[in-house]
Design a protein around this ligand. Structure first.
Ligand SMILES: CC(C)(COP(=O)(O)OP(=O)(O)OC[C@H]1O[C@@H](n2cnc3c(N)ncnc32)[C@H](O)[C@@H]1OP(=O)(O)O)[C@@H](O)C(=O)NCCC(=O)NCCS
Length: 223
């Protein structure tokens, strides 16, 4: 029964307390995902200050002071212990140690085991599959380690590069919400992408085997 006190719909009692406490760095084929530090301020400023990079994300271009504040507060979170929290990790190239972007996993609901991912890259490092590879690692954290049931990505329809990452991950487009939000002074049409825990094993294996499908690959969007 929906909302029955004390139980998830899957029959997991609420007193079982999921938490995410990863060992860092998280290694993928070409990347290290790790907490951001004050030493990353210049690299973060290099892309988070760019208007083009920030066009479809829910924040304005950042200055050094705001980046320092974020590093001291929100981005200092390295574990998820309760709903409403988010963990942001730097995307570092394993071969060179360069910080090329960052990824985030939000834990929206303990009861519904819901989460959301987001990603942002320095444009100098776009076009190599790094965002897809890093976001795949965040799906793994969300499903395999935190035990989420459903992870979403909310994307402005004009942000084709981002929608292509979601498709490449195997997330399913479920919604197209026309003029859903007044976003930075314009009506934004939002695409809703999602993946369920039951769909994840196929996509975990497919991408882990090095087969990074193109965004137009039909099998990538059909669970
Ligand atoms: C969204 C964003 C992260 C996508 O970056 P991206 O570089 O296109 O994504 P990836 O790093 O996954 O790279 C995929 C591209 O690299 C290519 N590629 C090259 N080598 C690859 C490899 N080994 N594996 C996978 N893809 C590879 C892919 O074909 C793809 O190119 P295509 O879209 O022309 O087919 C980037 O545009 C960005 O930071 N935008 C600003 C912030 C933003 O809007 N974030 C999303 C908010 S919802």
């Amino acid at each position: 029964m929906r909302g029955a006190a004390g139980w998830h719909d899957g029959g997991v009692p609420n007193h079982v307390q999921p938490q995410l406490r990863p060992g860092y760095p998280i290694r993928t084929e070409r990347l290290l995902l790790r907490p951001l530090t004050v030493g990353d301020a210049d690299a973060l400023l290099a892309y988070r200050s760019q208007p083009d990079v920030c066009r479809y994300v829910p924040f304005e271009p950042m200055d050094r002071q705001l980046i320092s504040e974020r590093l001291a507060k929100q981005w200092a979170t390295t574990t998820l212990t309760d709903e409403g929290q988010a963990v942001t990790l730097g995307i570092e190239l394993a071969r060179s140690g360069e910080l090329v972007g960052d990824v985030v996993l939000f834990w929206h609901s303990r009861e519904h085991r819901g989460g959301e991912i987001g990603y942002i890259l320095n444009p100098d490092f776009a076009g190599h599959g790094y965002a897809t590879e890093a976001a795949h690692a965040m799906l793994r954290l969300g499903f395999d380690e935190l035990g989420l049931h459903r992870i979403v990505a909310r994307i402005d329809e004009r942000n084709e590069a981002s929608a292509n990452v979601a498709r490449r991950l195997g997330m399913r487009q479920e919604a197209r919400l026309i003029h859903n939000e007044l976003f930075k002074g314009e009506w934004s049409t939002e695409l809703g992408f999602a993946m369920l825990a039951g769909e994840w094993p196929i996509h975990r294996v497919r991408l882990a085997n090095g087969r990074q499908p193109r965004a137009t690959d039909k099998s990538a969007t059909e669970a």
